[in-house]
Design a binder for this molecule. Structure first.
Ligand code: ADP
Ligand code: ZN
Length: 755
């Protein structure tokens, strides 16, 4: 009887497919294997997820190829992907594809070619010295080669033997012919982090608070989740490291460390490398597909025991998982923006529960979700309330921008050349910057808006230059001089006239990092200024280069967007200033305040990490806004209390669970009609099955058009995740999206942004 298998394919259908395995491929196919199968006139790569059930009248097609000798998905990862597919309402095949390195999940091709080299390996049974006299009696060259390979541990690259050491190929052939050695292929791992010098491991012993956290973590129950709430500079990294030391070095298990973005956190990564060296695989975004696959293989084989990476590292194929660290757990970048729209923090918790590992979520400003879960007893709360070494949190002062008038002309009449500078960098900040330069200390300036000025406006008619493809204004960039859309990257030269009224004076409004950089360099010509934003960090290692320069003391002022707020630990930074705290605070998104509070608290936390202490200024027009007020006072708890109250009416997470259902298409009409029809369909469904899910909307999305696609959305809310799952599943499986105007429906569960 033919063997049938159940295959998950990365196609937008909520079902699996039955195929038949024939003699040739049967030996290589099991649960978790990749298979190449025919699907609608093409070849698709799928994963075997179970045995197929024969059904009368069914004549399944055959599996064409089974490219790998071993299954690529183990049972634990398959279980995780099943959970992800169910919860985020994604076909299982799509979920599985996102869990595999690109090299394995691309078009239907055989296993990717990784860089391999030929190695000569001595046979297991080494002849005794006495026997050697005999077997090599007439082959002294072979003996020399044999003993050389022996000194290399019984294994040496063929190239090295033949090229550098000048052995003739015939000598090696002789060894092989006599069964004294075999030629094997070995995967060559290429780790770009390997070329970075590893720093010295930390010599500190943990503080009392750190020790308490370490003890709790190392005696945690399998599957237990911890929330480590540690203020900035409280030494959370050391706690992670000690946990991993116990789990990996002492118990011989594996671990995963998730960081928001590797490129922005080279210091954190270096600290792990310093302690765990070669057992770490750093899954950097700059890795090529081949390099990523190498790292993946090394993890799967247990050659590397710790995976460090951004959100997709949660799928690292490590055996015997003992711990997962989610550093800066509040970061939005843990959420994937396309299907499956998973949150790596949630997957980490699920995976740890399934595999008996502990999870530690760390942050100075935990997400409201995690905070509420900790207080509901779902997670165990651990606290590091103080900075290490008796350091104190810096004093944070607000500078009220409303008191500073831009471009004002003093009584004498002549325009004040200083006015623009002073409207951007207030006097207290300017003075503090000057002092830092005199004392050769470093400063960090945050402005969360790149480009030169936010938008261009005609003062006569008020028209703002907008993107032709998106309902968003174009940002003025000066070097090179262009108007650029930050959503679709549309770029055009600046214009001389208003396209609406023909007015010839166009004003720049709002301020970006490029302009601040220019103002600073004019005011402080001798200062060494580094700007870090998307525009200065397009190279693979650009972030690291800038941060390394800061670490070496070659930068006086580091200016940048939110990129500079994360994880940096430079003891010589004694001043932090936020140029405009209000960027983003009024976005029509229920998380706008939370994000603002987190950003301000995190960037303030970069100051005063050394013995010299630190000072922070926050320039704002809304000093009484609770996000600003609580950041000024380092008061996380008050912020959480007020913010939670603000999410009761109307209810928003974590007071309720939500899913954002998005609609988009090439015409406004068709998109709006689809949204209304879907809302009506959902209302009918909810009424029919008596579901407690509520439907809000539909309405146009806050950004109504992106890349020439119109956007609408509606929200589904419910107390219980289960109810939401049921409705979403029905929606995904039963609701028909017409094939017109390139209409699309997307489901984003637990969204981090509603824009
Ligand atoms: P966090 O991530 O909580 O902001 P870090 O882990 O970056 O803090 O630690 C802040 C600084 O304190 C680092 O320079 C680190 O080397 C140092 N540090 C951590 N623990 C100790 C300790 N027990 N004794 C002395 N210094 C420590
Ligand atoms: Zn655009």
């Amino acid at each position: 009887m033919a063997l049938l298998v159940d295959v998950a394919l990365p196609v937008p259908l909520f079902r699996t497919f039955t195929y038949e395995v024939n003699g040739e491929t049967a030996h290589a196919v099991t649960i978790g294997s990749r298979v190449v199968v025919p699907f609608r006139q093409r070849r698709e790569i799928g994963i075997v997820v179970g045995e197929g059930t024969p059904r009368p009248g069914m004549s399944p097609k055959r599996v064409l190829e089974a490219p790998d000798p071993h299954p690529v998905i183990g049972a634990p990862l398959l279980a995780l992907c099943r959970w992800m597919a169910e919860y985020y309402v994604t076909p299982l095949g799509v979920a599985l594809r996102s869990a595999l390195p690109a090299a394995l999940s691309g078009a239907a091709s055989p296993a990717p070619s990784v860089k391999t080299r030929r190695v000569a390996v001595l046979s297991r049974e080494l002849p005794t010295l006495l026997r050697r006299e005999r077997i090599f009696a007439r082959a002294p060259q072979q003996r020399a080669l044999f003993e050389l390979i022996e000194t290399f541990g019984g294994r040496a690259p063929v190239d090295h033997l033949l090229e550098q050491l000048q052995f003739s190929p015939s000598v090696l052939k002789g060894l092989v012919a006599r069964n004294l050695a075999v030629i094997d292929n070995e995967v060559v791992a290429r780790d770009p982090f390997a070329s970075r010098p590893a720093p010295a491991p930390p010599a500190h012993s943990p503080t009392v608070a750190q020790q308490a956290a370490i003890s709790a973590l190392t005696t945690g129950e399998p599957g237990e989740t911890f929330l480590l709430h540690g203020v900035t500079g409280s030494g959370k990294t050391l706690v992670y490291i000690e946990l991993l030391r116990r789990v990996v070095n002492e118990r011989g298990r594996s671990a995963i460390v998730l960081v928001p973005e590797i490129a922005l956190t080279p210091q954190t990564v270096d600290r792990f490398r310093a302690v765990f060296g070669d057992s770490i695989a750093v899954l950097h975004s700059a890795l090529s597909d081949g390099e990523r696959y190498d790292a993946w293989l090394a993890l799967q084989r247990g050659e590397k025991r710790i995976a460090v990476g951004a959100r997709s590292a949660v799928f690292a194929p490590v055996p015997d998982l003992g711990a997962i660290v989610v550093d800066e757990e509040h970061e939005g970048s843990y959420k994937q923006g396309e299907a499956p729209r998973y949150h790596a923090r949630e997957l980490a918790i699920v995976r740890a529960r399934q595999e008996g590992a502990v999870v530690v979520l760390g942050s100075a400003t935990p997400s409201l979700e995690s905070w509420v879960n900790a207080h509901a007893g779902k997670y165990r709360l651990l606290a590091l309330p103080d900075r290490v070494g008796g350091g104190r949190l810096p004093i944070v002062e607000a500078v009220d921008l409303r008191a500073i008038r831009a471009g004002s002309t003093p009584a004498g009449g002549a325009p004040d050349p200083d006015a623009l500078f002073r409207s951007v960098i207030s006097d207290p900040v300017r003075q503090a910057l000057g002092e830092r330069l005199d004392r050769r200390e470093q400063s960090i300036l945050l402005l969360n808006r790149r480009g030169y000025s936010a938008f261009i406006q005609c003062p006569t008619c008020g028209d703002v230059v907008a993107c032709p493809n998106c309902s968003i204004s174009l940002t003025y960039h000066r070097t090179p001089e262009r108007l650029i859309c930050h959503y679709c990257h549309h770029a055009e030269p600046p214009r001389a006239k208003c396209r609406r009224c023909g007015g010839t004076v166009l004003r720049q409004r709002g301020l970006g990092t490029q302009q601040v950089e220019r103002l600073l360099s004019e005011r402080f010509p001798s200062a060494r200024i580094a700007r870090m934003d998307v525009d200065t960090t397009s190279g693979k290692w650009a972030h690291t280069e800038i941060l390394d320069r800061v670490a070496r003391g070659e930068v006086d002022i580091l200016l940048g967007t939110q990129m500079i707020a994360k994880g940096l630990d430079f003891p010589n930074v004694t001043l932090v200033a936020v140029v405009d705290a209000d960027v983003g605070i009024n976005l029509p998104d229920f998380r706008a305040s939370e994000r603002c509070f987190q950003l301000l608290s995190q960037v303030a936390g970069r100051a005063g990490r050394g013995p010299k202490g630190g000072q922070v200024f926050i320039q704002t027009r809304v000093p009484t806004h609770h996000a600003v007020r609580c950041a000024l006072a380092h008061d996380y708890r008050t912020f959480v209390r007020e913010e939670l109250d603000g999410r009761v009416k109307p209810p928003y997470p974590p007071n309720v669970r939500i899913a954002n259902v998005g609609f988009s298409g090439t015409t406004e009409d068709a998109t709006a009609r689809l949204a209304s029809r879907c809302a009506a369909w959902l209302h009918a469904l909810v009424a029919k099955v008596g579901s407690p899910v509520t439907i809000v909307g539909p309405a146009p999305s806050p950004v109504e058009r992106i890349k020439n696609r119109w956007r609408w959305h509606l929200l589904l809310k419910s107390e219980q995740p289960r109810d939401l799952t049921r409705v979403l599943r029905y929606l995904a499986e039963r609701f028909e999206v017409p094939k017109a105007a390139q209409l699309r429906l997307t489901i984003d569960r637990d969204p981090v942004s509603l824009l």
